[in-house]
Design a protein around this ligand. Structure first.
Ligand code: GLC
Length: 532
């Protein structure tokens, strides 16, 4: 199947795109089993096209026993029945493409489910041909685990002993998520075949889960003490880059320019960007690599500007940054930052800095995390709050309604009634309208997508060396040919003076509901986009 969308040889589509992450279990339920599904997503495609996003990324939809809600895959080429059928998938991708959008799938290469037939074989005997597809080791002579690695979930060792064959297997996450051994070429071939399978079915790319971990191969010796509980941060190995260069060759052999964005959970300067490969003149690896530093930065101007400037330096051309504030693993930024005004200003940041923005479903509604009572906690790592179902309609309570035919698998966000989609669509003062306006501006103004970026030194934003500087205003300028756009974000809960050199600039957009023109002081947490 070929992709019906035009591709420009000049600018890869993903540099122009805004990607919208859908956590399918929580998006929309078409069959009333309380869990969102593919037909549910298809039913909301007009909503998404109208919002103005360019690509959808679906968190895992493959066959899974759901110990980690799909990040434990039992068949890399099968759709889990809870999400629907192959036909539902074909309807979805056709509907996405018909609306000019693209579809990305979540690909989980580091580990499979322990229910995957590969692991069932692997654990069956020491001489099974698939034994070496996973990472097996003998216990130490004192009976303790083979090495000191700790799992990222539940604070247990990353090794589980299997009595049947008297060896232990590695799992950086749950014991039900055994790590694959990418040093075995058959593993590489099988996983890369799964990419081909979905590319042949028309998908436009992948988000690769914890992708830096695959480079560990069988190099799983003791870690230094400070990394024992964080093996994810300890696996930046040359072998991973080699694997990604081969994956890139595979992706680039398809004409429709499939894109891979990697979840690279490495937070030191330069680390995430190094997974683009070509940034230092090497061969290309990932097209995009998440940089989670801004997500881990509090809403304070000096810290946020610091993170943005570091990211910009790391991902300078030919690199290309991403921007993400929320996803299915972290408390939503609306909840983290505490106020709607801040979330509105953050939306301006997300959609105006250089790079490809990734939005998490529901942030366009300003949704808060759900409050999940202990008896309803289901995630092994306590991430249920940010996975609360999307409220489509206002009618309902914490548990039922809101456009879901039956009580969903998790309680709704705490502001579901006031912030349901139906309440916000069409209300010019809503968060939804702000996102829609921002996405339209990006489409209209190439400078917001391709322009260079330059940050002003942190002061009150007027760039002048005067003493009204209070240091809470981030200001940057995007330039493309003779188009110039300035973005100002007041990260303080006090008003800030309007920059004197911008007294007459035209206001393209403001997050303050009563701004009419330039000149008057910036409201607390106001963000403005100006055209020079
Ligand atoms: C990634 C996913 C997370 C999952 C983990 C293990 O961090 O985003 O949800 O639990 O990998 O696959």
């Amino acid at each position: 199947m070929t992709n019906p969308l035009g591709v420009s040889p000049m600018t890869p589509w993903w540099r122009d795109a805004v990607v919208y992450q859908i956590y399918p279990r929580s998006f929309a339920d078409s069959n009333g089993d309380g869990v969102g599904d593919l037909a549910g997503v298809t039913a909301k495609l007009d909503y998404l096209a109208d919002l103005g996003v360019d690509a959808l990324w679906l968190s895992p939809i493959f066959t899974s026993p759901m110990r980690d809600f799909g990040y434990d895959v039992a068949d890399y080429c099968g759709i889990d029945p809870v999400f629907g059928t192959d036909a539902d998938f074909d309807d979805l991708i056709t509907g996405v493409h018909r609306r000019g959008m693209r579809l990305l799938l979540d690909w989980v290469p580091n580990h499979s489910s322990s229910d995957h037939p590969w692991f069932v074989e692997s654990r069956s005997s020491r001489d099974n041909p698939k034994r070496d597809w996973y990472v097996w080791r003998d216990r130490r002579s004192d009976g303790s685990p083979p090495t000191n690695w700790m799992s990222l979930f539940k604070g247990v060792p990353a090794w589980t002993h299997d009595d049947a064959t008297d060896q232990s297997y590695l799992h950086v996450f749950l014991a039900e998520q055994p790590d694959l051994n990418w040093a075995n070429p058959d593993v590489e071939a099988a996983l890369n075949d799964s990419l081909r399978y979905w590319l042949d079915r028309g998908v436009d790319g992948f988000r690769a889960d914890v992708v830096n971990l695959i480079g560990k191969g069988t190099d799983v010796d003791d870690l230094p003490d400070h990394l024992v509980t964080m093996p994810l941060l300890a696996t930046d190995r040359p072998f991973g880059h080699e694997l990604l260069r081969r994956i890139r060759t595979l992706l680039d052999s398809y004409e429709h320019q499939p894109m891979m964005v990697g979840e690279v959970y490495l937070l030191q300067a330069g680390q995430s960007a190094s997974y683009l490969g070509d940034i230092d003149g090497g061969a290309p690896e990932l097209h995009l690599s998440f940089d989670f530093r801004p997500l881990h930065t509090p809403w304070e101007a000096d810290r946020m500007q610091g993170a943005l400037v570091e990211m910009e330096a790391d991902f300078a051309e030919p690199g290309w940054p991403t921007f993400v504030l929320s996803n299915h693993d972290r408390v939503r930024h609306r909840t983290r930052y505490g106020t709607e005004a801040r979330a509105r200003a953050a939306a301006v940041l997300a959609l105006t800095i250089r790079g490809t923005p990734f939005l998490y479903a529901g942030e366009e509604l300003g949704l808060e995390d759900g409050v999940v009572p202990p008896e309803r906690v289901v995630d092994p790592d306590g991430r249920d709050g940010c996975r609360a179902p999307i409220p489509w309609t206002a009618d309902g309570d914490d548990e039922t309604g809101h456009g879901w035919p039956e009580r969903p698998w998790l309680p709704f966000p705490s502001n579901a009634t006031t912030h349901a989609a139906e309440v916000q669509v069409g209300d010019p003062a809503s968060m939804h309208s702000l996102y829609r306006a921002l996405l339209a501006l990006r489409h209209q103004h190439a400078v917001l997508r391709h322009g260079s970026i330059e940050f002003a030194p942190l002061d009150d934003g007027d760039g002048a060396d005067d003493d009204d500087a209070d240091g809470d205003v981030i200001r940057f300028e995007r330039r493309l040919a003779d188009e110039r756009v300035v973005v100002i974000v007041n990260l303080s809960d006090a008003a800030a003076p309007w920059p004197t050199d911008l007294a007459d600039a035209a206001v393209l957009l403001s997050t303050a509901r009563d701004r009419r023109a330039s000149g008057a002081a910036l409201a607390p947490d106001e963000a403005v986009i100006l055209n020079l």
